[in-house]
Design a protein around this ligand. Sequence first.
Ligand code: SF4
Ligand code: SF4
Length: 239
Amino acid sequence: MVTLTIDGRQFRAEEGQTILEVARDNGIDIPALCYNEGVEPYGACRLCLVEISKNGQTRLVASCLYPVEEGLVVNTASERVLANRRMLVELLLARCSRVKLIEDLARKLGVDKPSFRPEYLENEECILCGLCVRACREVVGTSAISLVNRGVNRQVAPPFLETAPDCIGCGSCAFVCPTNCIKMEDRDGTRVIHNWNVEFKLQKCKVCGNYFAPEKQLEYIRNKLNLPEGFFDTCPNCR
Ligand code: SF4
Ligand code: SF4
């Protein structure tokens, strides 16, 4: 165990925990758009930055990546932290001017509108947090999509910006996306994920007749867990 100070209060924490985890466990709100407990932290959005003091020196670090240390002093809302967060949210607002999550965060930080708004960035919905890519790789295990290109052309995409042959249609990427910009729909026995240009036939339950999951996803799970043929003939409710 280590003892650290966050915003003037002392906390005991497990070694290996990050500042963000300890802060959130103790009700201290630090914004973090690219963070999800289910996947490895990545530090993409940088909004979770905090000021740490150690050996008489202070610096800004991404709290989702920085592990707690004995005697660490953390300030989650110093003037320096807030000024940097405002700048980051202004950049996000310039890119995603109509994403409610970003608008709400900007308002909370006192940012009305970005001081610039280049045409080529306006009205994007993806904040490039990479959560979809990490969920696909780490949780699902398929790596069907990735972050590609640099600068203003950075985007999440299937291979060669075409289709995602390794996608199993599980929808985990859409589930974790904080801005809901991954468009997935189930209709007439088919699941379509528009962002990755993929389409899947859904499995129909042999008992109730409801469609419940993409056949490709069920086949993937069946092979991975070595389940018998016909295991997914019925849906979880009828099993
Ligand atoms: S739906 Fe496709 S891209 Fe999304 S997490 Fe599942 S396998 Fe990956
Ligand atoms: S599509 Fe969603 S989850 Fe993926 S990087 Fe963009 S905002 Fe994040």
